[in-house]
Design a protein around this ligand. Sequence first.
Ligand code: NCD
Length: 338
Amino acid sequence: MDFVGSHILSIDQFERPDIDRIFAVAVLMEPFAQRKRVTKVLDGAILGNMFFEASTRTRISFGCAFNLLGGEVRETTGIENSALAKGESLYDTARVLSGYSDVIVMRHPEAGSVAEFASASRVPVLNGGDGANEHPTQALLDLYTIQKEMLAKQRQLDGLRIAMIGDLKYGRTVHSLVKLLCRYKNIHLHLIAPAALQMPEHLVEMARANGHTVHISEQLEGSIAHVDIAYSTRIQEERFGSRAEADLYRGKFRLNQSVYTQHCEPNTVIMHPLPRDSRAEANELDTDLNENPNLAIFRQADNGIVIRMALFALTLDVVDAIDDCSQAVGWYTGSRFQ
Ligand code: NCD
């Protein structure tokens, strides 16, 4: 695809060479993300970071990614703090905000809302999550992480065995990740969820149509026995009618060190898009895994920066100019990226 000026709304837009291109540019971003070099390539550019739904890492990492390229960030958080609460349409909001920004990132609780917004925007719009539909940049950073973790074991993405665990019905990260894995070959998908929260049928069908094997299960232990990746997810409480309804499913699948030791192959990589729900009644990914070297959740979060930098650099067409505008970092950077 031609990235320049394009919206990034869904994994449906990408073919495998596009994913390779994003990952190749992400690698170029590593020295900037690791505070070895700084660049001013987007000096003067403005990102409109519009988060109409709760977020910590997606919002901050999009903002940091833009800052790391030298650009400025303006943001709004929560529908209640925006004119949408006064009845303004997405169309009007998009027309206005795209006059103020060079690129917009948007998260919104309704599926399809970011695409609707993008159709009225005069600048590229990147989907930061639209309801239970998609979260394409999370899937890209997830796959970038998986690729890195597998390469360390001399493995490719083709042939990957992955378990997705938890709320697969409302979890937009796993929806986008299944679509992304459909660009690869011979994937073994283990979908572990309560029957009522299983992966939407059209995505299961898409995976099967791509020649992948799909195992559906309501039981954690047996289903994580032969996988490379165990990808846990949170019950998406905000998508349920009530807290009581979400409580029916909370805490059903708990991955902790003891379950891991007993049931997983050695060195199975543990992932989660975060936030993990660490309340006692949920605790889908126990903190007793924190020192397990196969816990990739914070490497995953770190990778959000380079993926988002890559998408900005591609859509704003500055990939080839980055090095010319860069220099070594002049301040103490510590050892956090070693
Ligand atoms: C996810 C999301 O918002 O869909 N979080 C994130 O962006 N990393 C997952 C979640 O909220 O459970």
